[in-house]
Ligand binder design. Sequence first.
Ligand code: ZN
Length: 320
Amino acid sequence: MVKKTACGVCGRVQSGWYDRRLRRVRALPCGAWRIYLELEVRRVLCRSCRRVKRERLEFLTDNALYTKRFAYSVGRRCRHSPVKEVAEELHLGGDSVKELDKPYMRAQLAQAGTPAPKVIGIDEISLRRRHTSRSVVSDLSRGQPIWFGGEARSEASLSQFFEWLGEQKSRGLRLAGMDMGKPFRNATQQHGPNAAILFDKFHVVRPLGAALDQVRKSEYARLAGQERRFIKGQKYALLSRRENLTLEGRQALRTLLAANKRLNTASLLKESFGQLWSYEREGWARRFFDNWRAAFKWQRLKPYEKFAEMIERHWDGIAA
Ligand SMILES: [Zn+2]
């Protein structure tokens, strides 16, 4: 069989080749063993690129340092584990892991075809320890990511998604779930005029955890002696879900909450807030929220008051 050699950069098929080089390529591991393949890779003197270039090999990543199967396996792991953990386990640098994640993402997106989503979820993921971030848009009915890009969490960034989707399909959007920040909301209102905006439970409840932590800090600053000692080192216990705590953790938390009424109230309020999503009718949810808010009216829980005001401002999106 005569093997055709194509330029790795432009894909132009060449007659003959320039030279051959030995390359070490990382492949799927075998148990605990890291596996490297040594292959002979041709180089071509490409007439389009007017340079000597590596040949294109379909089973390798673009940089020809890894097999595609290895890259996909890294990409799959990245869906469930933090980059740092994947990097340590595979003896790779964090940036290499992110590079390797891209072919998987691209393959996933290509598989999804040209979507015409009705319901989307918008999220951001941070790269390089939060110095930069990307937006990810998922088709929630199909449970698949459909777009990935942009730079910072900005209106312009998400507008790129709508440009990619096209005007007609953007008009077909019925519902968009997102966090409560302005950039995503503005872009969606501008480009997807028929989409109702929804703030999902996760994004709504998250600031409440931060509010509880602020109460913890201010109580710690306010108190002295024994009462103060109860609070020390209890951040995790206070912010975790009860069922995730050890017996010891639960006991320490009980002691703390018995000793500090304000923290006790704040903690109970946080635990109960999730109920909001159990109501099928907006009227019932509204009554629950009004009662919930009334429960701390005289408690001087400033962070909670702020949280409640934010919920009030975004009520339409949450009720959706
Ligand atoms: Zn070329």
